[in-house]
Design a protein. Structure first.
Length: 349
């Protein structure tokens, strides 16, 4: 689950005069994220061109901990979809390969993979309902749909023409994870399905990124819960952020194809601050600031990627991660603090 607005504080930042600079000591850079008004910040890291320049944990947390992804997992799922597109096993603008939608007269047969990735499938999914227990996401993840989450998500009817409107949906990403699974195996055995997905994910994504501690959760049918439930260390989150930044793995090799990465970071037709399972933001209110591509998750999980100018005056690529457990109504303060850190690395502002 994730709030429907992406980092409004960052999107609205406008600087006047000379550029801000990051704190004189790298140890101080992340301090604002651990201030009393930030809620429960548990871990944070700032990486410059693959080199950690600041890293901090709250008491009780360390490199030995894994942290829940929540919706940052969506971007990782999209990366796996991209691997299959690059392999020629899936097509971005072809009807999504969901057999249940391709029966005679079913209007869902027109839903494309692109529309699923851009959250514009038109399916009747309710991310946050009133009351909260009425949310499709909560019911499927935690109550009555745990045995086969994809089946519940796939079974929903259309409420809009495919491509007509944006509607953020964790169930949509579960469908994407199911599409990946079906592309990898014809088996209906949950263990076989989960193994096929896990092996592919580690071979093509997590191992090349250097995020080898990732732990993936699956439902009772062996479908990866790709919209919400992956567990990673702080370093692993930073490694996945590096993939989002430039598509390159820990050894500098290209892991995510440049054209797929460009698709993920291209504003979708129905939501300019959303691309392919990826949030998009800019520093300046006029939209002319450097672009931020980010993985955002429920309760304040953020993996920001952007390019800026370091203290040496040279251009660099940055990954800024904040992990914690902060109430949704307090996240604006967290986002503002992250924006101020990133703001200090904006070139020419």
């Amino acid at each position: 689950m994730q709030r429907k607005l992406a980092l409004p504080a960052l999107a609205a930042l406008t600087l006047i005069g000379s550029a801000a600079t990051i704190a004189a000591s790298p140890d101080d850079v992340l301090a604002p994220l651990f201030a009393p008004d930030q809620g429960d910040t548990r871990a944070a890291i700032l990486v410059e061109d693959g080199r950690v320049i600041a890293k901090r944990y709250a008491p009780g947390y360390s490199d030995g901990n894994r942290f829940i992804s929540w919706s940052t997992a969506k971007t990782m799922t999209a990366m796996l979809v991209g691997e299959l597109v690059s392999d020629g096993r899936l097509q971005l603008d072809a009807p999504a390969p969901i057999a249940e939608w391709h029966r005679p007269g079913d209007p869902r047969s027109g839903i494309t993979l692109r529309q699923l990735l851009q959250m514009s499938s038109g399916l009747k999914h309710t991310e946050v309902g009133k009351p909260i227990e009425a949310s499709d996401t909560n019911q499927v993840l935690f109550v009555s749909g745990t045995a086969d989450m994809a089946a519940r998500a796939i079974a929903q009817p259309l409420e809009a023409k495919p491509g007509e409107k944006f509607e953020y949906s964790s169930l949509t990403t579960i469908i994407l994870a199911e599409i990946v699974t079906r592309a990898l195996t014809d088996s209906h055995d949950p263990k076989t399905r989960a193994k096929a997905y896990r092996d592919f994910a580690f071979e093509r994504l997590y191992k090349p990124a250097g995020a080898t501690g990732a732990f993936l959760e699956f439902d009772g049918a062996g479908t990866q819960i790709g919209g919400s439930l992956i567990h990673l260390s702080l370093n692993d989150f930073a490694a996945m952020g590096a993939l989002l930044l430039d598509g390159k793995g820990a050894d500098g090799s290209q892991v995510i194809a440049p054209d797929w990465l460009a698709f993920m970071k291209t504003p979708s037709p129905r939501k300019a601050i959303y691309g392919g399972q990826t949030w998009l933001n800019r520093f300046a209110a006029d939209g002319k600031g450097p672009a931020i591509a980010s993985m955002n998750g429920h309760l304040g999980q953020y993996v920001l990627t952007f390019r800026g100018t370091g203290r040496d005056g040279k251009p660099h690529g940055y990954v800024l991660v904040r992990l914690g457990n902060t109430r949704e109504d307090r996240l604006d303060v967290v986002e503002h603090a992250m924006g101020k850190i990133a703001e200090g690395l904006v070139p020419g502002r």
